[in-house]
Design a protein around this ligand. Structure first.
Ligand code: SIN
Ligand code: FE2
Length: 216
């Protein structure tokens, strides 16, 4: 997926090791949505409870060897879906290829995700500021694919109260953050209502991560 017409001016820097790759996922959007339909037939998106007892507004599910979950006991990755005790559906090759390509374009060669968190946002749903810090190894970047309705992404600093930049993430955009930017706080403002021609009245975000230890 390297060496194509994806122009440099489609890369928006968010930090020394963070950027948005505008539209990089666009050619794959329909294939991704098809793969999601299969994944979600076995592992339907659901609203999980935070350790503090709040219901997340986004409905989430996972594919890959590990899946991110939350309940009253805490945030953690698990190899099985707590709803049915089955392994999460496998990570489609398309997802890992696209994530490795995006990571490489952002300066991270050899990215091999083992976890893909799938977030569904209905109008009004949001994601409050947080760090991605439940992974074993922070040397691998985070690769985040946006589909459907546009959302305002907040990209803060290493402390919760650092000021946040606002970036509109649109259908087909991929954000990557790693290295010095790996633990920056980030979140999503409440989704504005609308209807996307392909995805309908929602935004879908795929967050690809290396959650476990890298297998050499
Ligand atoms: C997340 O941080 O898990 C989601 C970010 C997004 O939806 O863009
Ligand atoms: Fe996150």
């Amino acid at each position: 997926m390297q060496a194509d017409l994806f122009a440099d001016d489609h890369r928006i820097a968010l930090g020394p090791h963070a950027c948005v790759l505008r539209g990089l996922a666009l050619p794959w959007a329909e294939a991704i949505l098809q793969a999601l339909a299969d994944i979600e037939a076995g592992a339907p998106p659901r609203q999980m409870i935070t350790p503090g007892g709040f219901t997340m507004s986004a409905a989430i599910t996972n594919c890959g060897a590990l899946g991110w979950t939350t309940d009253r006991q805490g945030y953690r990755y698990r190899p099985d879906d707590p709803q049915n005790g089955q392994a999460w559906p496998p990570l489609p090759a398309l997802f890992s290829r696209l994530a490795a390509d995006a990571a490489a374009r952002a300066g991270f060669d050899g990215f091999r995700p083992d976890a893909c968190l799938i977030n569904h946002y209905a109008p009004g749903a949001r994601m409050s500021l947080h760090q991605d810090s439940n992974e074993q190894d922070f040397t691998a970047p985070i690769v985040s694919v946006s589909l459907g309705l546009p959302a305002v992404f907040l990209f803060g600093g290493l402390r919760r109260d650092d000021r946040t930049a606002r970036v509109l993430l649109q259908h087909g955009d991929i954000a990557v953050w790693g290295g010095a930017d790996r633990l920056r706080f980030h979140g999503v403002l409440p989704l504005a209502d609308g209807r996307h021609p392909l995805v309908g009245r929602q935004r879908i975000n795929l967050t690809l991560r290396q959650a476990g230890h890298q297998v050499k």
